[in-house]
Design a protein around this ligand. Structure first.
Ligand code: CMP
Length: 211
């Protein structure tokens, strides 16, 4: 009788597991549910070892995936630069995702007066200033000044059109470059990254407009 109640309880747990949205809870509750079925199968007139074997297989697979999931969710310690980027431009990304994104970028340095972007070019890249300032010019007129934490080339990156202006280093400039192709491949693997990065670009454009 008790084992039947436990089996009933296990199935209620399976229902609950399929209702929750968080994958970690889903797996944890499924493990508990699968464990709860074992006494029922074992205490039959003839123990149902094959059913028990399958439940053990489900428990092992779910335990493995739950461990991987929880390891990925562990908090990470950001270094100073990462911390700054997370507080400013990339705050829409969770720290671990932000680090993954940063690993795909290359750091470049140019001197004062050097051209970062030329107008009407196919840039196919997204840039982010880490230090120094850059002047935005169109038709020899200054349009804006860009500062550390600002994206550069985001307009052509989003619109897929040629660049809208020249961008020239006002000071020695350090910046990150992501190739558009690299980001597009990343978006396919991780659509959440696309939402977060596009929110960051949107916020960056709004900040530039508000200056
Ligand atoms: N009015 C503006 N204010 C701030 N930045 C600009 C402005 N116009 C162009 N830019 C920047 O200059 C870059 C030139 O290349 P993109 O058009 O790809 O992206 C552009 C922006 O990053």
């Amino acid at each position: 009788m008790h084992t039947v109640a436990l089996f009933f309880f296990a199935n209620v747990l399976f229902c609950l597991a399929y209702m929750v949205r968080d994958m970690a809870y889903l797996r944890a509750i499924t493990i508990l549910a699968a464990c709860s079925t074992l006494p029922y199968f074992y205490l039959q007139a003839v123990p149902l070892y094959s059913a028990m074997g399958w439940q053990v297989a489900f428990i092992v697979i779910n335990s493995f995936n739950l461990t991987v999931l929880l390891l990925h969710r562990r908090p990470i310690k950001l270094d100073q630069l990462e911390q700054w980027l997370h507080e400013t431009t990339l705050r829409f990304l969770k720290p671990r995702k932000m680090r993954r994104l940063l690993r795909l970028a290359k750091t470049h340095d140019i001197n004062k007066g050097e051209v970062l972007i030329e107008k009407d070019q196919e840039l196919n890249a997204l840039l982010l200033i880490l230090s120094g300032r850059a002047r935005v010019e169109a038709n020899r007129q200054q349009r804006a000044m860009l500062y550390p934490g600002d994206f550069v080339g985001e307009m052509s990156f989003i619109s897929r059109k040629p660049t809208s202006a020249d961008v020239i280093a006002e000071e020695p400039l350090r910046y990150l470059v992501w190739q558009a192709e690299t980001l597009e491949q990343l978006y396919v693997r991780d659509p959440e990254m696309k939402d977060a990065l596009q929110s960051a670009i949107g916020m960056d454009m709004a900040n530039k407009l508000a200056r």
